[in-house]
Design a protein around this ligand. Structure first.
Ligand SMILES: [Zn+2]
Length: 633
């Protein structure tokens, strides 16, 4: 998400003494026309007399282009360009496009189409052939009240969105460089409605569950029917007594306003019912994103489309937000549009250099083959910006978005060559306890512990979705670090057992072995073994289990992870360890690539570090909060 306080206003830009000789770099900024949409009829501050935010001349935009900036995104809201039914006015966008393009930028409209125009809310619909005769707003389950956001479950919403894309294509067509797949969260991102009130007037809104409209309930019932086929099977799985499919409803705890925490979900049947609901809820918004992509791609080729699937809050978002990043990666990666192999570019919104959070989506994008831009929500100081660059490079990102180019332009230009789509080399992964997350478990202790372990090893993050899709084998994962997950889908445990049997090394720090959703502990006990043995062999692999909760600073855990990654042969002869590139808890993160080695000093002190990679011993002085690149011969 963005924060208005960090907007660049392109009138009095003080150009830094940097330049890229005027060729485009994969650097994008924004956002223009924020005040304009805020003061439009659907804005948070509607003002018919508003005349602020004039369009600067081409020279102003040319100054950005001279620095290497590719695009300065322009906010466009549906209700601001169609202020009366059927009367479209694109004059502002034409002017911005003309001046930005004259300055050498591409014109990228950033879309807010999920909040319908004021006249729609007043019940006036345009009388045009092919236009839907109705619309549906999303409604919360908690209070049964509408928010001013179109329902993702009413098929008419896609028709309304298509009408917008058709009109935009007609008005701006080839002037557009790239544009967005419009979704329903704040900023058109892939979250459910959230209480962000200062951009457009969204009416009633809060964090909650927005599946209260009739189309949502019907879609949920249809998905249950598809899954269980027979009502008695559903009743058996959920412990319910529904007598007809149209009686099947959402978990009552939502309306009661108290979502149970994962550890309170002791009844396996209630657990299954909640999981069926929340997975449907998360997949619904992803499916909608895919359908909007299909609609938009009728007018704009897929390489001209970007999508913002929401962020991660530096770890994972609350489950009510619906931001299931790996799910977006999978659906977008599998989306085939016409003859092209191109995929929609994803731009998650919280890339600020948090190892677990950034790798949670970055690993999924790599695995499913999705091009990747990064964006930090809100402001970064210089060392955080460099940490973000470090993590973006590890993830194989190919484009940088920043709202703060006035602050970070010199560093952006210096480091943009690291955005080349080649992830860092690692065969270590942290397991993401996705089932526990979906059950409303607090997985932050695992996230914080993983972030702390980044000091001794690079890693990817293996979400359960990826594991079910064969990630461990296909990615040649050698070590999987398990920091949480009391309840896990059986299929995930089966996949991990299979992988350990084939030679994988599992390191776990949890008090008890996991059970499956139905409460069976056989697979967990088989995998983890007895707590009396700190490590044991299983097939060709190794299981190392420390019977304690994960926590940052736990030296015992650090030593076990270190031993498992770098010296597993000491626990099981024949296993190979990784080259000990890092392994030291010295506050300096290391990432290796075929041709370079990156160092980032997270500490408050300068460090003299020694690293060995590809037979070369490298010593470097790394300032506090600094990023250092070392070329490998
Ligand atoms: Zn409500």
């Amino acid at each position: 998400m963005t924060n208005a306080a960090f907007l660049l206003v392109p009138f009095a830009i003080a150009l830094a003494a940097v330049s890229c000789d005027g060729h485009d770099l994969p650097i994008v900024t924004g956002n223009f026309s924020v005040l304009w949409i805020q003061h439009s009829p659907i804005g948070a501050y509607p003002d018919p007399a508003f005349s602020g935010e004039p369009v600067p001349p081409a020279e102003n935009w040319a100054a950005y282009h001279a620095l290497g900036v590719k695009a300065y995104e322009d906010y466009v809201a549906w209700g601001a360009v169609e202020r009366e039914p059927g009367k479209w006015d694109w004059s502002r966008q034409l002017e911005v496009a003309e001046k930005q393009r004259a300055g050498g930028l591409e014109y990228d409209p950033y879309l807010w189409i999920h909040n319908p125009p004021l006249w729609m809310r007043q019940g006036k619909l345009p009388h045009e052939p092919g236009t839907p005769d109705h619309f549906t707003m999303m409604k919360c389950l908690e209070h049964g009240e509408q928010t001013y956001t179109l329902s993702i479950w009413d098929p008419a919403t896609l028709d309304w969105f298509e009408r917008f894309y058709r009109q935009m294509h007609h008005a701006l067509g080839l002037l557009i460089g790239r544009t967005y797949v419009g979704l329903v969260g704040p900023f058109g991102e892939g979250n459910y409605p959230l209480p962000v009130f200062d951009w457009l007037n969204i009416g009633h809104c809060h964090e909650g569950y927005w599946c209260g409209d009739p189309y949502a309930l019907k879609a949920f019932q249809a998905s249950c029917k598809k899954r269980y086929k027979r009502l008695d099977r559903l009743n058996h799985s959920w412990g319910t007594k529904f007598e007809a499919w149209n009686e099947v409803g959402f978990p009552a705890e939502i309306k009661d306003g108290k979502i149970l925490r994962a550890e309170e979900r002791v009844d396996p049947k209630a657990r299954r019912r909640w999981l069926d609901f929340v997975q449907w809820y998360h997949q619904s918004i992803i499916d909608f994103a895919v359908e909007v992509t299909r609609v938009a791609s009728k007018y704009f080729p897929v390489e001209r489309l970007k999508m913002k699937p929401g962020g991660s809050a530096g770890g994972v978002n609350p489950i009510a937000w619906g931001t299931y990043c790996p799910g977006y990666a999978r659906s977008v990666g599998n989306l085939k549009l016409g003859d092209t192999e191109d995929k929609v570019r994803l731009q998650p919104a919280d890339c600020h250099g948090k190892p677990f959070g950034d790798r949670w989506y970055g690993t999924a994008y790599r695995f499913y083959g999705v091009p990747f831009s990064t964006e930090p929500a809100g402001g970064l100081d210089r060392r955080s910006f460099l940490r973000r660059v470090f993590m973006d490079a590890c993830n194989g990102a190919t484009e940088m978005f920043s709202y703060e180019l006035d602050k970070h332009m010199a560093d952006a230009i210096k480091w943009i060559h690291l955005y080349r789509g080649q992830p860092s080399i690692t065969d270590v992964a942290i397991y993401c306890p996705t089932t526990w997350y979906w059950l409303n478990g607090d997985i932050w202790p695992a996230i914080h512990t993983a972030d702390w372990l980044r000091d001794i090893t690079d890693f990817e993050v293996a979400d359960e979705l990826l594991i079910k899709d064969g990630y461990l084998k296909k990615s040649n994962t050698r070590v999987l670090v398990w920091l949480m997950g009391p309840v896990v889908e059986r299929e995930v445990l089966e996949r991990i057992i299979e992988w350990v049997h084939a030679g994988g090394i599992l390191v776990a720090s949890v008090p008890e072995p996991p059970m499956d959703v139905e409460g069976r502990s056989d697979l967990g006990i088989y995998l983890f073994g007895s707590a009396h043995d700190q490590f044991r062999t299983l097939g060709k692999g190794l299981v190392v289990w420390r019977r304690s909760e994960p926590k940052p600073g736990d030296e015992g855990l650090r030593d076990l992870v270190y031993a498992a990654i770098y010296h597993p042969e000491k626990m099981k002869p024949g296993l190979r360890g990784a080259a000990e590139v890092d392994g030291k808890e010295d506050g300096v993160w290391t990432a290796v690539f075929n041709d370079i080695l990156l160092l980032y000093n997270t500490s408050e002190e300068p460090k003299d570090v020694e690293r060995t990679w590809k037979g070369q011993t490298i010593t470097r002085h790394v300032g506090a909060g600094s990023l250092v690149e070392v070329k490998i011969e």
